[in-house]
Design a protein around this ligand. Sequence first.
Ligand SMILES: Cc1cc2nc3c(=O)[nH]c(=O)nc-3n(C[C@H](O)[C@H](O)[C@H](O)COP(=O)(O)OP(=O)(O)OC[C@H]3O[C@@H](n4cnc5c(N)ncnc54)[C@H](O)[C@@H]3O)c2cc1C
Length: 512
Amino acid sequence: MTHVNPPSPQRAVIIGAGIAGLACAVRLRAAGFAVTLLERHGTVGGKIRTLPSAAGPIDAGPTVLTMRHVFDDLFAQLGTRVEDHVTLIKQDELARHFWPDGSTLSLHADEERTIGALRTFGGNEAVADFLKFSKRTRQLFSAFDAPMMQAPEPKLAALTKHVLRQPHLIPAMAPLSTLKTLLKRSFRDPRLRQLFGRYATYVGGSPTHAPAILSLIWQAEANGVWVVEGGMHKLTQALGTLLDQHGVETHTGAHVDRIEIQNGHAKAVHLANGTQIPCDVLIHAGDPRALATGALGSGTSHIASQTAKAKRSFSARVLSFAAKPQGPDLAHHNVFFAADATSEFNDLMAGRIPAHPSFYICALDRGHGPHTPQLERFEIITNAPATADTSTEDLSPWLHQITHQMAQHGISFSPTPDTTTITTPQAFAQMFPATQGALYGQTPHGLTAALQRPTARTQIPNLYLAGGGTHPGAGVPMATLSARHAVEAILSDQISTSMSAPTAMPGGMSMG
Ligand SMILES: Cc1cc2nc3c(=O)[nH]c(=O)nc-3n(C[C@H](O)[C@H](O)[C@H](O)COP(=O)(O)OP(=O)(O)OC[C@H]3O[C@@H](n4cnc5c(N)ncnc54)[C@H](O)[C@@H]3O)c2cc1C
């Protein structure tokens, strides 16, 4: 390899400063690009957002951080360590579960502790069923990590070959089953079916329609859950600061209205305020459906076209508030199950707000050590369908219903949260363009759903995609991985272009 004088760095523009856009900026900057990051909201973070309260900012988005190695790798790109910027606390207790009959079960990072808890909860049958299920999900997770999640463009043919080389995977995948039927075969205790079925909602699906292979999501959690001290938003804030220090130009309050295409290439983006920003490389890190629906101009409406027609993943109703709790002792992550395991998913599949949902409570200030403040921060999440309907509705009856369900579990909060603390699917739809409020891109239902997502490259050679709506899918670590796929695609395309016509690479790299 010979070196030539570095040219002026190439200009990379990223639309959207959620975790995926931030991760793209880190990787492109590390590769020597001049990076401009454009975000329509007033702060970076995207769905990792907060609402203000008397106890400080409260998360109103994701709370469960898994796959820490993805973030270790990200920060290492800029020669630093995640722990130099945020405090990550590994949780001994993964989640505490409560049923209306008064039974409770904690799952732990230490499998021996989980087994002990399961024995008390459901006897030797529960332990035996769990161990068999866990063995299966471990096998699936390790078998599909490389060819699926880590692969930039997984193809059905390659995956089929991969499976045929290891035929023992076929029964573990249960290719013709839904998650619900697999769980029915796996667990004799209906409470455990309900518990492990909930993992489908982590990618916005229902166990009744999600493929059995999504049982591997549990394994991501079994491999470790971390709490970001102060809240998940500290992670994206830290990335924003790191990018500032490395000379990335971040513009908040910058809504991209249109992508200008010239001679088949993305030439510039146009902001709602009339500013035009030229680019050599462009990454769209918002929902790819925005391109397919023409929200960014007719020149890109052929991109990610499958997202325009595909069904959407679920949304949520989220409450973020500060209060003093009363009732059962809470861990950081708590799930309160509804008495009827099926009615919630029947409602969701019919596009209705569930009449009697299970609900999740994140006690943000717990799991950090012995001290819990007087006034604590809470995030409560219930599943809701995505919706194109943007009309507002009176949320008081729903809040009353949730408060009543919590009271049945013996929980109450002082002061009682009011409707101003609620984020609805309609609000998500308005905040995140073209999503219809869906929090996880297109639906995960169906055996090949994971192969239907758009991948990083598009039909426009210098326009790439990243984010939870693209491969390998939603969730904070997955969206972060999508950024790696996008930037690796950019770099490898640049190398192949320069191999065919030797030119200098960004950041002074050269081929020759
Ligand atoms: C309530 C809730 C709970 C969740 N729980 C978890 C969890 O516990 N664990 C987990 O791993 N995941 C969870 N998730 C999912 C996770 O939050 C997302 O998958 C992830 O944050 C998506 O990141 P992203 O960067 O792809 O997209 P986003 O966060 O949506 O970022 C996209 C950004 O692009 C911006 N943008 C879009 N269009 C434009 C435009 N035209 N111009 C300028 N800017 C634009 C948007 O404003 C946004 O900031 C949860 C999500 C929610 C909402």
